[in-house]
Design a binder for this molecule. Structure first.
Ligand code: 13P
Length: 246
């Protein structure tokens, strides 16, 4: 496995002034591969502020066509054109607020790969689903539907992010036991769906990751990185997470 992948999902936060300050203060070292997903309007500014440092920029959402009459949307091809190398698809906020289906997420995955981007596919269950014992079946269904494409000839990377919806923004991450169990389960599903390719797919954990819990989370089997929301907005906490393996 390569280095852990630590991804900052800024969601709809940040400002032009704030991002300059963020990258000036960010303490980038060699422990992890880092990606920042700013609001799309700031992608170019982030790229300039980063300069030649080892930090990639991606986009939080894309549309399923390269171009056309889709007011307000941005294609993966366009995002790639301006230097975004990663796309996030299937985030639970979009699944819930914009009613995105697994079928749409699958199309977004295909489109992003076609445009030459690496893709992070989010999966995760609601609290109700967990409490009624359906967490694994929900996640397995999401993975099987979204990954129903031929990945054998793909040059770019597909990463899975497990984000239990009940842990997002709650201040309480899943327990290490819950993370370990679900990540092992996801690995098995990936091996079933993708064959030997499934062994190399990085699986990220997301949901109330902080500077305090990141080291423990990243040390669990089959946790190959972290997807960070709130704690990625400040350079000091995100730096601590990036260097959690120091
Ligand atoms: P928080 O880290 O704020 O819980 O958000 C997680 C998330 O949704 C990242 O995509």
């Amino acid at each position: 496995m390569p280095k852990p992948l630590i991804v900052a999902n800024w969601k709809m936060n940040g400002s032009l002034e704030g991002l300059k300050d963020f990258f000036e203060k960010l303490d980038l070292r060699e422990y992890a591969e880092a990606v920042v997903l700013p609001p799309a309007v700031y992608i170019r500014d982030c790229i300039s502020a980063i300069g030649n440092r080892a930090l990639a920029v991606g986009i939080q959402n894309i549309w399923t066509e390269d171009a056309g009459a889709f007011t307000g949307e941005i294609s993966a091809k366009m995002a790639r054109d301006i230097g975004a190398y990663w796309a996030l698809v299937g985030h639970s906020e979009r699944r819930q607020l914009q009613k995105e289906s697994d079928e749409l997420v699958k199309q977004k995955l295909e489109c992003s790969l076609k445009a030459g981007m690496n893709v992070i596919v989010c999966v995760g269950e609601t609290l109700e689903e967990r409490l009624s014992g359906q967490a694994e079946s929900v996640v397995s269904k999401q993975l099987k539907k979204v990954l129903a494409i031929d990945l054998t000839k793909i040059q770019n990377e597909v990463v899975i992010a497990y984000e239990p919806i009940w842990a997002i923004g709650s201040g309480e991450s899943a327990t290490l036991e819950e993370v370990k169990e679900m990540h092992a389960f996801i690995r098995n599903v990936l091996l079933g769906v993708l064959g030997t390719l499934g062994a190399n797919v990085r699986i990220l954990y997301g949901g109330s990751v902080t500077a305090e819990n990141s080291a423990d989370l990243i040390k669990q089997d089959h946790v190959n990185g972290l997807l960070v929301g709130g704690a990625s907005l400040k350079a000091d906490s995100f730096s601590l997470i990036l260097n959690a393996l120091d």
